[in-house]
Design a protein around this ligand. Sequence first.
Ligand SMILES: N[C@@H](CCC(=O)N[C@@H](CS)C(=O)NCC(=O)O)C(=O)O
Length: 248
Amino acid sequence: MTLLEFPHSHYCEKARWALDYKGIPFKAVAILPGLHMITVRKYAPDTAVPVLLSDNEVVQGSSEIIHYLDQKYPSHSLTPADADQRLTCLEIEHAMDKRLGENIRRVLYDGLLAYPEFIRYCFTHPMPGVKQLFFRLFYPMLRYKIYQTYVISAAKVEHARREFDVAMSEIEHTLKQRQYLVGERFTRADLSVASMLSLLVMPDEHPFPWIEIPDPKTRTFHDEYRDHPMSEWVRKMYRDHRLKQRIA
Ligand SMILES: N[C@@H](CCC(=O)N[C@@H](CS)C(=O)NCC(=O)O)C(=O)O
C-alpha cells in the first residue's frame, strides 16, 4: 500500500495515523508540490493529497481513506458501530477538518511563506538533493500559488485566527469531563482533531521531525496555545494512541 503525501500536512498525518493505528504496513511517498498535480492526476480526479493506492484501488482524501480502511480492515475500527455515535463522529470530523484544519493552515502559511528554507524542509524532508534544488528554484512560483490558494488576504487570515479560536473553545467544551470526543473509546473524531492540531502542538510522537519555527509572529501564535487544555489533550492522544514511526 502506498500513501502519496506532503510529509508535514495535517490531512496526510490523519491518513498516516489511521494506517499506523490499524497496524497496516504502507509506504509513504512524499511528492514535490507543483509537480504533485501531475503525479496525483494520474490516479485521482482531484490534485490534493493524501491519496492511498491499494491493490487496484485509489482513495483520495483523509476521511475517505479512513472509511476505506475501516471497511477493508475492520479490526481496530476507528468508526463506531453505533449509528448515533457514528453520525456524531463524522459530524465532528468534517466540521473540525475545516474549522481547525483550514484555518490553521491559513494562519501558518501567512507567517511562514516568507521563510523559504523552512517551507522547503516541510515539503522536501527527506528527499534527495536534486529535488531540494528543484524546490529552491521554483519556490517563488510556489509561494505565489500557495498564497493565492490558502492565504488570500490579511483580512482572511484575521478571520481564520478568530474562527480557529472559536473552534478550539467549542471542542474544548465538548471534551469537558470526558476523555474522548464520542463514547468511551478513541475514534476517528479524536484522531482527526488531534491531527488537525498537530501543526500547533508539534507532539513528539508525530512522525515528522519538527524544526524550530523561524517566524516570531508564528511562534507567538504557538506560544499562546501552549498551555491550552486542547494542547494538553492532543499530547495525550498522541502519547496514548500514536505509534512513533519517524520519517528518517
Ligand atoms: N479534505 C482533504 C484536504 C486535503 C488537502 O487540503 N490537501 C492539501 C495539502 S494540506 C493539498 O494536497 N493541496 C494541494 C492541491 O490541492 O493540489 C482531506 O481531508 O484529505
